[in-house]
Design a protein around this ligand. Structure first.
Ligand SMILES: Cc1cc2nc3c(=O)[nH]c(=O)nc-3n(C[C@H](O)[C@H](O)[C@H](O)COP(=O)(O)OP(=O)(O)OC[C@H]3O[C@@H](n4cnc5c(N)ncnc54)[C@H](O)[C@@H]3O)c2cc1C
Length: 306
């Protein structure tokens, strides 16, 4: 970190417990990533707001992490301030919309798995697609996380955000949210959301959750370091995994970066892969798939840092 940033450190350290030159590999499911100049894990929305206000005043760039399960961080790390929102958790609240629908209030740092458990415990249907998807609510909304059976855009009713420019909280209703495949167009910081779920039979919901989870556990390398599916599925035709598999790339390796043997759309870190290894393998996969099928695979995983 540049010495001129000492002022930034001491100013922000008055607001939040601040870590300096903290290795980001500790905060990503890929277990990859160099240091963040400054890293903060605010404990509540007000602390987050104070941090952002100072960062804006000091013109320090701010990068957001939720659970770090969809991120590939560069080996040189990230300059400026990284804010991890996973401690912005809450008691999940519930309001009745009508006899069939329930709206639940969740916080950005709540784990998707915790919210799924809440849904099961209250016989609420709508989140079954998310069984086994790691990460936080904030990250899931930002990524419009999903599976073939559903995605976050189908259940989000409204989100509460911290506006990056005005540093004020505001609510954005569903009609004003621009969701697309694995993406929400948003520059603000999500602090909470309301989700609309439906009342249904507990037996049916639990069975669907169990089936989705089992399917995931048997077809994906869930216990190896990765960021989930690496590439987006093309708009039509074969999935990215099918294309990579049919191009003969399962098991392709560059150092410790490998195309998973169990699911070809997962690039895994089998021990000590660097971001550079993963990016070289990504490029190799894109080239081979393009040469064979004339399809350019686009990255689903978000690459952060310099
Ligand atoms: C084993 C495994 C399986 C997976 N399976 C699936 C799957 O089935 N379907 C699927 O869609 N994904 C899947 N993923 C990818 C990932 O889990 C999801 O995209 C998840 O929703 C990301 O949440 P996160 O909190 O980890 O976000 P992060 O990875 O931390 O961040 C993702 C993006 O959201 C932004 N962000 C995070 N929090 C906030 C916030 N509070 N406000 C604003 N922006 C924010 C970040 O800046 C970043 O751009 C899988 C990943 C793994 C490792």
């Amino acid at each position: 970190m540049a010495t001129t940033d000492n002022t930034a450190f001491s100013t922000l350290a008055q607001i939040s417990d601040l870590l300096r030159d903290e290795p980001l590999k500790k905060y990503t499911s890929f277990k990859i990533g160099g240091p963040a100049d400054l890293l903060a894990l605010p404990n509540d929305k007000q602390e987050l707001q104070r941090l952002l206000k100072k960062a804006v005043e000091l013109k320090i760039p701010v990068t957001l992490f939720g659970g770090g399960t969809n991120l590939l961080v560069s080996d040189n790390g990230i300059r400026g301030l990284v804010i991890i929102t996973r401690q912005l958790t809450s008691e999940i609240g519930m309001t009745q919309t009508d006899s069939h629908k329930k709206t639940i209030c969740v916080a950005a740092g709540d784990r998707l798995s915790t919210v799924c458990r809440f849904a099961i415990n209250h016989s609420l249907s709508g989140l079954e697609f998310a069984a086994g998807v790691p990460g936080t609510i904030g990250g899931a909304i930002m990524m419009n996380a999903g599976t073939p059976s559903g995605e976050m855009s189908g259940i989000v009713d409204a989100i509460k955000v911290l506006d990056r420019k005005t540093v004020a909280f505001k609510t954005i209703e569903k009609k004003d949210l621009n969701f697309s495949y694995r993406k929400l167009d948003l520059t603000d910081i999500i602090v909470g959301a309301t989700l609309t779920l439906k009342k249904a039979s507990l037996e049916k919901i639990a069975k669907n959750f169990e089936q989705t989870l089992q399917q995931k556990n048997t077809t994906q390398p869930v216990s190896v370091a990765s960021a989930g599916c690496f590439f987006k599925n093309p708009v039509s035709g074969k999935s990215a995994g099918e294309l990579i598999d049919q191009a003969g790339l399962k098991g392709a390796k560059i150092n410790d970066a490998m195309v998973s043997q169990s699911h070809a759309n997962f690039i895994v870190n089998i021990n000590n892969a660097t971001c550079k290894d993963i990016l070289l393998l990504k490029q190799h996969v894109q080239e081979i798939v393009f040469n064979k099928f004339h399809i350019k695979l686009e990255t689903e995983v978000r690459v952060e840092g310099e």
